[in-house]
Design a protein around this ligand. Sequence first.
Ligand code: RIB
Length: 301
Amino acid sequence: MSKSNSIVVFGSANVDLVVRCARLPRPGETVTGSGHQLLPGGKGANQALAARRAGGDVSFCGAVGRDAFADTALANLIEAGVGLDGLHRIDAPTGLASICVDASGENAIAISPGANAAAALARDMTADDLLVTQNEVPAAAVGEAHRRAKAAGARVVHNAAPAAPLSADQMQLIDDLIVNELEFAEIARAFDSAPDPTPEGLLALAKATETRIVVTLGPAGARAALGGVLLDVPARAIKPLDTTGAGDAFVGAYAAALAAGGDDEAALSFAVAAGTLACLALGAQSSSPTAAEIEAHLSGA
Ligand code: RIB
């Protein structure tokens, strides 16, 4: 597989309406929060920003509206220097996520896709590109992006979030699949494989799908089956303030490390550190760490 230098993230951009509350509401219940903020979000935009802050040369493809929310959604990408040539502004509302974050940093999220529902990969791919995708834009557009990337010889990193099954044909177009435990179970079911990412379960699914698979394990770090090799990378213990976007920081940092030519174990450690640091501030993007911050964390600072 050739080394990729340029990262293309195709995915969603949202505004996140974040309410902090002592605990998450149950169905039919109203809880009173202690404050709210309108912040940039969306898994695609979060991952693009994370990859950029982690040192990548990054462009973002997606769709936002012509409304004021679009400015909020794009503010951090513009400030960080993420390329936006592949971004479309269309006649639809910018995507919105309604997020409650509880005292332990856990969240509950409902999204309204808005413009994301019309997103398509609006740029040519080359063999030097590394494409990063997720499941918050239409599955057909993601599949088409994978086909075009593979036809061009690019590497494909797919984060199957939110959870959705993947067919064997779709898996063939993915080089690196990144999932959490729930998403792992969803995909394993379709391949009659064990639902838990135990070492045996993970190696079995990676073999059955012929795909490199990385499973994020929250505070426990990450486990990966990469080319038949099992890797376990623990995370340092922290007190999380908000776990929103931690998975996105992981994916962005992993992509940045691969694009820089890092080996698998170093890329995983870098990604675990990024995901950990991303839990230390409110919002999906505010705490997305820089390469220097990740390196400092890894060296014990
Ligand atoms: O992964 C976190 C993201 O999920 C939030 O930023 C929200 O927009 C939803 O897309």
